[in-house]
Design a protein around this ligand. Structure first.
Ligand code: MN
Length: 292
């Protein structure tokens, strides 16, 4: 029998901070004490860049070369354009609605900037970056990169001209998303027209939240405003949205990874020894090379 996934909390965005000079982000987790560090496992971190205007700049703003190991960085652009380069030789540019899914795994160096031509124009910038944890058995697998364009996403058209659900990962009402994931993940961008409705059925044990990217909505009949994060209890399977005005909502859900977490700086491992090893490998050049 299906039961309602009740709402555990609705969080307003914490005070923003800058990552490099290009990403003005609200860290919803794990750093703000809003929830325990494994509450949204397999998602370890969410930096949310609420809509913010960047003036034109000849030098693209962003964050320079830095390493990662043990997880994936997933970046969703909602306004503006993001460019990525990494030491595994992958690069890409994502625009509005696109997603870059970088598997750092055993280790990469990468850099993330506003795209050059977009920077020259400036404009509104809005994005989400997630760190998706990997189970121990995949932490040291080969790095890879998935460029996921909005045009490739599975689309489910909601009833009564309610809008569209773009399926990035997982499956929504038999529409499958293109992202290849290491553990079961559901990720959709839902674009609702005013009055549009969408309902979701996701296993009870999956950690589930949604972020209101634009507009105001009702979630299980509770008001959720632009830039708020709605966290669900693990007490049921179903929840539903209704748009008070035109709205965009990011749905995030995944099966928890039940393993010890040891995180330090850009590394996310299971033990302190593995963190130390990551630094040893970084300093001995095992993460490769990437030009600044
Ligand atoms: Mn990074």
């Amino acid at each position: 029998m299906n039961t309602i996934k009740s709402i555990e909390n609705i969080f307003s965005p914490p005070t923003p901070h800058m990552v490099g000079d290009g990403f003005r982000v609200h860290n919803f987790f794990p750093g703000n004490g809003l929830m325990s560090i494994d509450r949204m496992s397999p998602f370890f971190l969410m930096d949310y860049g609420a809509k913010f205007h960047f003036p034109p700049s000849d030098k693209p703003r962003g964050v320079g070369v830095h390493p990662h190991r043990g997880f994936e960085t997933v970046t969703l652009a909602y306004k503006g354009k993001v460019a990525h380069h990494d030491s595994a030789g992958n690069s890409g540019i994502i625009g509005e609605g696109d997603v870059q899914w970088m598997t750092a795994a055993s280790g990469v160096l990468h850099k993330e900037y506003h795209e050059k031509e977009w920077s020259k124009m400036g404009g509104d910038f809005q994005m989400v970056q997630l760190w998706v944890n990997l189970p121990a058995k995949y932490k040291m697998s080969f790095p890879k990169y998935q460029a996921l364009e909005r045009s490739q996403f599975g689309q489910f058209h909601l009833a009564d001209n309610g809008g569209v659900a773009e399926v990035i990962a997982g499956k929504y009402k038999n529409v499958i998303g293109p992202a290849k994931t290491f553990t079961p993940i559901e990720m959709y961008t839902v674009r609702l027209n005013k009055g549009g409705k969408a309902d979701f059925t996701i296993p009870e044990n999956f950690n589930t939240s949604c972020v209101v990217i634009d507009g105001n909505i009702q979630v299980n009949s509770n008001l959720a405003k632009t830039n708020q994060l709605v966290l669900f209890n693990n007490d049921g399977t179903d929840f539903y949205l209704e748009a008070i005005e035109d709205a965009i909502v990011l749905i995030l859900s995944g099966e928890p990874i039940s393993e010890p977490i040891e995180s330090y700086g850009p590394f996310l491992m299971n033990t302190k020894q593995e963190i130390q090893q990551a630094y040893n490998d970084l300093y001995s050049g095992k993460f490769g090379y990437l030009e600044d």
